[in-house]
Design a protein around this ligand. Structure first.
Ligand code: GFB
Length: 324
């Protein structure tokens, strides 16, 4: 165990603001915090625009959170990232700058910022350790998002250095699970393929369209495993250095697509569309610092896909009932 985990911070009785509580990650963090004896603060999206500096600082001054989990972000899959770089850069820079500076002004004791494995250089050596940050050029399809996330890490480090704030950053790999955004065009690969495979099964289609070559590899972590790791970091981690949080193994997109077909029960064939981007070839992270501190994932990819599909089907039924 490294010294970075020697910190001990008791969450009991703390007022914890989970920014982004309606998103997949924020919702999972709220579920995990229920057992910690703390008070969870949330702000609805239509009541507080996190891109609005005056509103954010006023809200934080009034609510006085002790802890902030910054899980709010504009997120999306490879096509959304490359189609809307201005939104991904502007929205994320504004959210981070407002919340992190606001946390300093409001005297927040602990802040946890969430980045992404796409902050690392496109050609970084796998498995990618935290030292690879800013050692090379980024993957062009998500450069805007990655630049914003790197700025968030640097903000946490700068406020720690200049103002002694206990602000930490965690870098998750590709995430999935209940509460994910399911959209054929805008979402990440797991919800997109799950939704398409489900529709293909229902309509009796012959094939499932998979973007790119199917050869890129991705590391997927079930969101409840992430949330458990984040709560552990809040309680034990205090350091300037970001910390990786990944599953420790990766799969090719072809393997993933086959597994999703199996889980969904779609028996047709895969059809690869090479007009769509592959993105980074591989971005398996080295999460040995967190593994060494006692965290490891509980949910394997197959089991996590099954749980996610169950959630998707239940929620699709609710949507259909509401629409009827
Ligand atoms: O999950 P994904 O959109 O994002 O795509 P990234 C991962 C891989 O799956 C790419 C392929 O090689 C895609 O071409 N893929 C195959 C598909 N079929 C599909 C499909 O139907 N939909 C989608 N979306 N992909 C994101 C970044 O990169 O990762 C974000 O853009 C963020 O900024 C996130 O960092 C974690 O893994 O390529």
């Amino acid at each position: 165990m490294t010294n970075d985990f020697n910190h001990s911070y008791d969450l009991t009785g703390k007022r914890i603001w989970v920014a982004g509580h309606n998103g997949m990650v924020g919702a999972a963090v709220c579920r995990m915090l229920k057992d910690e004896g703390c008070e969870i603060l949330t702000a609805a999206r239509d009541a507080l625009d996190l891109r609005d500096q005056v509103a954010v600082h006023a809200w934080m001054a009034a609510q006085k959170p002790d802890v902030v989990v910054l899980a709010a972000a504009k997120v999306g899959g490879i096509l959304a990232n490359s189609s809307y770089p201005a939104d991904f850069l502007y929205d994320n820079l504004m959210i981070e700058a407002n919340v992190i500076h606001g946390a300093h002004l409001a005297g927040v004791e602990k802040l946890l910022f969430l980045g992404s494995s796409c902050i690392y250089p496109k050609e970084a050596q796998n498995p990618i350790s935290e030292e690879a940050l800013l050692t090379g050029a980024l993957e062009p399809t998500n450069e805007a998002y990655a630049i914003a996330k790197i700025a968030g890490i640097k903000l946490c480090q700068a406020y720690r250095a200049q103002h002694d704030c206990d602000f930490i950053s965690a870098m998750p790999c590709n995430l999935y699970g209940p509460g994910d955004m399911f959209d054929e065009e805008k979402s990440h690969v797991i919800p997109a393929l799950m939704m398409k495979a489900h529709e293909a099964k229902v309509s009796g289609a012959e094939f499932l369209e998979v973007w790119g070559s199917g050869k890129p590899r991705r590391e997927f972590l079930y969101v409840d495993d992430l949330a458990r790791g984040l709560v552990m970091l809040l309680k034990t981690y205090s350091a300037d250095k970001p910390i990786n949080i990944g599953a420790g193994e990766d799969s090719s997109i072809r393997e993933l697509a086959e597994m999703i077909c199996d889980v969904v029960g779609f028996t047709g064939t895969l059809k690869f569309d090479d007009s769509k981007p592959d993105g980074t070839y591989r971005k398996l992270m080295n999460s040995s610092r967190l593994f060494g501190a006692g965290w490891s994932p509980d949910v394997g990819l197959k089991g996590g896909l099954e749980r996610t599909y169950q959630w998707f089907v239940q929620n699709e039924q609710h949507r259909n009932e509401a629409a009827a």
